[in-house]
Design a protein around this ligand. Structure first.
Ligand code: MSP
Length: 639
């Protein structure tokens, strides 16, 4: 009879008084899941699995943020009704996570009925307490973005997306009296050094709180935005998306009466990236305080994954999709790479090459080899059943002690969210074991000293068992495969963190087996010659006729939303067709100085001959035309 192995979660559920609650941001449904979303969610999965392993009753929440103008905008672009659009994208998130072995206990959507009810209930409470008032809001509003901008967000007074001046508009709205909680919040952060971590982000929030905190506008008039939760005290308004979204962390637990709320809320830990520090570090604690709810225990803030040292963005076309990587390199290699490479709290560069290097070195070489050589030896020398060890010598004891000590280091690092350090501690054991095998030479012992051979292989397999348990939160699939090979799961045994410290107490009752390589090596793709950055000779460069031009006139081109027809003075008048319509208004272009490539082969665009090209900087915020530092004569050469 084969006994189904219980999951650690099943074993621990209801057994433990220790509880743990972890959340990810709920992601906007205006884009499909990418590596940034995957990272936060994998971190939450790893930490939830770690606490389950450590015997805690842990609850892990993720979900989607579905209201607000960003989402309406995205639905419009996709040509779908908002409802069907949010359902579709929310489903891609929900379906992606299990494929990455992410085992969340609940998935919340802000369009869920119970969430909507909770938001309205909390709004009512705060309103009745007198912390929400009606007032006039005056702000700089970009019609293109349909949103208000603060002065610091504007670039030279202009909208960073549309590069146009925002309009000053006055609007009546509801405000949350956040200013009232400023002193309380400063005090709370000071008294609880671990409230926001790592420390750099705690300092950032404290620095922000040095200036007077403004009240928060928490409504949007329905005529401008109808896709939101109506305010319970004024149906002409919907709730501002952040006031709605943050509440997911308690609505998912069944606030106020739900058992889960009572059990898990006191130990809540949020995981976010630095981009949403302000709503989580400031708005949310103030909201909770006003609603009479204890604040969360901890906010864990990580950095950003950059691609090729730059930002990842749709407009740059460099979005990294988690499923692509996991199917190409294996799910566990992908999870391991993310957790090992990033120092929690700092930014990291993503590259496939770095992933392949870690896969080959750490996984295929160090861990994979260790497991395969050890299980092969156990299989061949003892038919898979390792006998009890003989007396331990100093070397055996020191290997044992190192493995046991690693459990403590690992535990402390995991609790501190220093995942890379926890993994380094595990790899120290792996390295140590490989060396131990090299020096004890079991293949020689097989011929000379079977008792010593048993002692060595027993120590090795025992230590691999520990390694597999420590790796389980990061790479559940591979860890379980290792345990299977070592003969553990056949007896319906789950390996919790505490149990593994009892060296040699539980031995496999089934033979150790040889299995295919855990992590096949990946060939590093050599870049084809042609793709290497080609160097340009001075002569080549000099063949370009670069000149200063002055735009005399700009016209839209019928049938195109992106192209404009420009008449440019470069000593003579040239017609140039440029894709600037989404970035500049016609007024902004008129009279502007630009840099022109004057000897580019003419091409016909939309029936118009384009006689040259303009130079511009392109980044995720938009397209920015180059111009000389001081006004120069049209036609001046550029050298
Ligand atoms: N909907 C809000 C969050 C509301 S929470 C009450 C939101 N959504 S989002 O879709 O923009 O997700 C932002 C989060 O995605 C970041 O805080 C981070 O967790 C993750 N990441 C998005 N891009 C990222 C990187 N490039 N790198 C690392 N994580 C990133 O903001």
């Amino acid at each position: 009879m084969r006994i189904r192995r219980k999951t650690i979660g099943e074993i621990m559920a209801g057994r433990s008084n220790n509880t743990f609650y972890v959340t990810t941001p709920i992601y906007y449904v205006n884009a499909e899941p990418h590596i940034g979303h995957a990272y936060s969610t994998i971190v939450a999965d790893v930490i939830a699995r770690f606490y389950k392993l450590a015997g805690y009753d842990a609850f892990f929440l993720t979900g989607t943020d579905e209201h607000g103008d960003k989402v309406v905008e995205a639905a419009k672009k996709a040509g779908e009704t908002v409802r069907s659009y949010v359902d579709r994208i929310a489903a891609t998130f929900r379906e992606t996570w299990p494929k990455l072995n992410i085992a969340n206990d609940y998935f919340i959507r802000t369009t869920d009925e119970n969430h909507i009810e909770t938001v309205r209930e909390i709004l009512t409470r705060v309103y009745e307490k007198g912390d929400i008032y009606f007032g006039e809001y005056e702000g700089k509003y970009c019609v293109g973005c349909e949103r208000f901008y603060t002065d610091t967000e504007l670039i030279e007074g202009k909208c960073p997306i549309h590069l146009s001046e925002p309009t000053l508009i006055k609007e009546e709205n509801y405000f949350f009296r956040m200013s009232k909680y400023q002193d309380w919040l400063i005090d709370h952060i000071r008294k609880n050094p671990e409230f926001i971590r790592p420390e750099r982000y705690r300092n950032e929030v404290l620095a922000f709180l040095r200036d007077p905190l403004e009240d928060l506008c928490i409504s949007r008039p329905k005529r401008r935005l109808s896709w939101g939760i109506p305010l319970p005290f004024d149906e002409n308004y919907v709730t501002y998306v952040w006031f709605d979204a943050l509440i997911n962390y308690v609505s998912a637990l069944g606030y106020p009466e739900g058992d889960r709320f009572k059990k898990y809320w006191p130990v809540a830990q949020h995981i976010i990236a630095k981009d949403i520090l302000k709503p989580h570090g400031i708005f949310w604690p103030c909201m909770l305080k006003a609603a009479g709810i204890a604040t969360y225990r901890r906010l864990n803030v990580h950095g950003y994954w950059n691609i090729d040292a730059g930002k990842m963005s749709k407009s740059l076309g460099n979005i990294v999709k988690p499923m692509d990587l996991s199917s190409k390199y294996g799910l566990d290699a992908f999870r391991y790479f993310l957790m090992r490479e990033m120092v929690f709290g700092l930014d990291s560069d993503f590259s496939e090459q770095a992933l392949v290097m870690r896969l080959n070195a750490d996984l295929a070489n160090d861990l994979g080899n260790l497991v395969s050589r050890s299980t092969t030896m156990a299989s061949t020398f003892f038919n898979g059943l390792i006998p009890a060890p003989g007396t331990l010598d100093d070397e055996d004891r020191s290997v044992r002690d190192a493995a046991l000590k690693a459990v403590d280091t690992y535990r402390a690092e995991m609790e501190g969210f220093a995942f890379h350090k926890a993994l380094i501690a595990v790899w120290e054991v792996i390295g140590r074991l490989n060396k131990y095998i090299d020096t004890t030479r079991p293949w020689d012992l097989a011929k000379t000293d079977r008792e010593r051979l048993a002692t060595v292989l027993h120590a090795v397999t025992e230590a691999i068992k520990i390694v597999s348990v420590l790796l389980w939160p990061f790479m559940p699939q591979s860890a379980e495969r290792i345990q299977q090979q070592l003969g553990y799961n056949e007896v319906g045994l789950a390996l919790p963190l505490d149990g593994i410290k009892e060296w040699g107490k539980v031995r496999p009752m089934r033979p150790v087996s040889i299995a295919p390589a855990l992590f096949p090596r990946v060939k590093i793709e050599e870049k084809p010659e042609a793709e290497a950055p080609a160097l340009v000779s001075l002569e080549d460069f000099q063949r370009l006729d670069l000149r200063i031009g002055a735009i005399k006139k700009a016209e839209p081109i019928s049938g195109s939303d992106t192209l404009l027809k420009l008449f440019i003075d470069i000593g003579e008048i040239r017609t140039i067709v440029a894709g600037l319509a989404e970035h500049y208004t016609i007024d902004e272009l008129r009279g502007r100085q630009v840099v022109v490539i004057a000897n580019l082969k003419p091409v016909k665009l939309r029936g118009i001959e384009s006689q040259g090209m303009l130079l511009a900087a392109v980044d995720e915020a938009g397209v920015f035309l180059l111009k000389p530092d001081k006004e120069s004569k049209p036609g001046s050469p550029i050298r």
